[in-house]
Ligand binder design. Structure first.
Ligand code: AQP
Length: 326
């Protein structure tokens, strides 16, 4: 039976890259599948230095943001990863069958270990925990960004090795690539838009005010060429803005270009700012409203945890029997 699972790190308010590249797609998947789980992966957020107070706050911020964007707990299960203990239990079992070179070759590790000072073991092994997040639910479909494809491949490999070794029956999870584009930083269009970018002007958060949106789009990095055209190679800045535009209005980039070809860059940036302000307005207000009701958020996450935990309990029992612990 198909089951969808995906996760997002509570490392701050989601930006429009997270929204257009992942969350918008998650909202649609709730109507396409009967069995859908979304998890706030707080244990993954611990792989980089974290202040406890900020993390606690970020978990609420992420829960409120996801609900405001349209995640509906009548259609999907929304829960906090750390509150369901068998994710880490399974991660241990998978870690015991995963070889060192398999992790060392992952492109994200190669990249992240270069930029982090003294990276912890958690940053190295987190793809194993990610595999456990998926396999403990026997999820069959995982919406992922292209940066996560290698980790899903690892998940499939570990499932296969585990199944062969212990005569188990993990399914082979498929990736469903979201249709959303990869949104680039507004300050450096060769880098992706990221929550952890030190420059807040590089991204638009889903709770940014109209003034902030106008300011960030107005100051976004473009080029000295005339007019509006789509060419990610030679015009990465303006092409990024066109992608954001098309994703918000559910049009093709070609269509958007056609409509805007007579505008100059200042006029185009004003038009795009208006579109973003209009689309994010209700999300900003709803996130703010939900954040002022912590009791409600606790209730939602509490119920999600209960539902998720029930699913994992049987699998964990079977796993223990298979490996000889029970
Ligand atoms: N720039 C982006 N464009 C499109 N999609 C994006 N995603 C992230 N950045 C972009 C997608 O959002 C989902 C959740 O991502 P995450 O928060 O779990 O981790 P991330 O990919 O590492 O996102 P950030 O914003 O860069 O966070 P930090 O800075 O904390 O690492 C994923 O599906 C991701 O593909």
């Amino acid at each position: 039976k198909p089951r969808v699972l995906s996760g997002i790190q509570p490392t701050g308010i989601p930006h429009i890259g997270n929204y257009l590249g992942a969350i918008k797609n998650w909202v649609q998947l709730q109507d396409q599948f009967d069995d859908v789980l979304y998890t706030i992966v707080d244990l993954h957020a611990l792989t980089v230095p974290n202040d406890p107070k900020t993390l606690r706050e970020n978990i609420y911020k992420m829960a409120a943001s996801l609900l405001a964007c349209g995640i509906d707990t009548n259609k999907s299960i929304l829960f906090q990863q750390s509150q369901v203990p068998h994710h880490t239990d399974l991660a241990w079992l998978l870690g015991c069958i995963c070889t060192l070179p398999r992790l060392q070759h992952l492109p994200q590790w190669k990249e992240k270990s270069k930029t982090s000072e003294n990276p912890g073991i958690g940053l190295f092994t987190y793809p194993i925990l990610q595999a456990a997040d998926i396999l403990i639910y026997r999820a069959t479909h995982v919406p992922v960004g292209e940066d996560q494809i290698h980790h899903l491949e690892l998940t499939r490999d570990l499932a296969k090795i585990f199944n062969n070794k212990f005569n188990f029956n993990f399914p082979r999870p498929k990736d469903i690539m979201g249709e959303g584009p990869r949104i680039k930083s507004l300050r450096n269009p060769s880098a992706k838009m990221s929550k952890s970018d030190v420059n807040p002007k590089s991204r638009i958060d889903i709770t940014d005010t109209p003034d902030q949106i106008v300011d960030k789009i107005g100051k976004s990095h473009t080029d000295s060429m005339q007019g509006i055209s789509y060419d990610p190679e030679s015009r990465p800045g303006i092409s990024n803005l066109l992608q954001i535009h098309a994703a918000f209005t559910n049009e093709t980039v070609e269509n958007v270009c056609e409509q805007c070809k007579s505008l100059n860059k200042v006029q185009y940036k004003t038009k795009l700012s208006d579109i973003i302000v209009e689309n994010l307005g209700p999300i900003r207000q709803e996130t703010k409203r939900l954040l002022s009701d912590r009791h409600y958020l606790d209730t939602i996450l509490g119920k999600g945890k209960e539902k998720a935990a029930i699913i994992t309990e049987n699998t964990w029992k079977e796993l223990q029997k298979s490996v000889g612990l029970l």
